[in-house]
Design a protein around this ligand. Sequence first.
Ligand SMILES: [Zn+2]
Length: 281
Amino acid sequence: MRSLPLPTDTQADVFAMCLSGTTDPDLHARLTAITLTLASAGATYLQNATASALNVIPRVPSVGAVTKAELTGLYEAHLSKTNGAARAVYDRIRNAAPNNRCPLCGVGNVAHCDHHLPKSRYPDLAILPINLVPACHFCNYKKREKYPATAEQQTFHPYFDQHLLADNWVRATLNPGPPPVLVFDTAAPPTWPALDKDRVRRHFDACGLAITFTTNANDELPIIRDRLKLQAGRGGAQAVQEFLNEERDLHSQRPNSWQYATYRALAADVWFVSGGYLTIP
Ligand SMILES: [Zn+2]
């Protein structure tokens, strides 16, 4: 998970671009009539996202005389479509993640803009820039139409939830097997509020992070085995322990990465350090 700065494009600018690209005079008039309603929905979103209360935002079937299909159509015709009137905004948001790394998992490459609150249930937020987040294929697919029915079901929002990244809550556990396997879950600090503990668990589940992290970590185990063999040849079990400690400490700058969780688990496992790594196939 990574946090990102707020998009600089405003709701008003994007709406104006969508209007400029709308050639049907009837739709143009009906959209113009809901200008203030959409602006208000955007302001409410900002307020609630800042307060970790996006769950209280109402899901709406339409806005004024504009249908859900017409509102989501604005996104498809003007934002995500190549050469759409607001395509530059879509590109700016999608390309905002450093090194193209998905902010929802920290592993995949960004491929899309994801509607944090899905446009199928919140069509009034379909073109709101702060509701659009860069995401990889897998996170985008796993989240799909999910929405927060309760405060606890709010997933990590890269623009608003930096506080959820301050401490480590991704946990790896080594199952000695054979063969040894790493499994992942969440274990937020006991001092955290119950709401935040539930939220990171929900995010972990909603984005399928157990799958993403398990796949990456277990794929790395044969490399780790061979590195540890080299270390053992140079300095025995003490060198193995020091190597694992160093890797753990180097990865601590990303405390919720699968790498940090992996090395934390391995460095703390006496069986693994004293030769268990040799059973990795
Ligand atoms: Zn992702």
